[in-house]
Ligand binder design. Sequence first.
Ligand SMILES: [Fe+2]
Ligand SMILES: [Fe+2]
Length: 138
Amino acid sequence: MLDAKQLIANFDAFYKTGVSQMDRVHEEFLHLLVTAANSAEESFHHHMAVLFEHCQLHFFEEEASMAAFQAPEYDHHCREHKAILEVMQGHCDGAAEGRIEHARQWLKQDFIRWFDQHTRSWDSLAAEHVKGRESQSA
Ligand SMILES: [Fe+2]
Ligand SMILES: [Fe+2]
């Protein structure tokens, strides 16, 4: 099973895309996820909400950058973001209604797995395109 702290420890080897803004946001995301996943019951919903806001901004910035550089597979990549935000919203609502352990397990297992797959596929594809376009215009 993947573990967020492991992902942080192996960030450069497996998740670094070489686009500094994207890498910075992804590292922030992992730290916020660790904080939320390990937070006490009384502050769990707050940390989930912070993580949710961070994800909204993260995806918005990523999509803006992809649009600016006319990255391929833009629509599919955006659909991945939209779909996971919908699932996350459900867990935020669930946590607010007291289903904290369910949301916590989702963060620790499914969301980490999603990040691992999404970053290594869609984000790295977008990053390669952005780097290629930047080097052309340098
Ligand atoms: Fe993405
Ligand atoms: Fe991303």
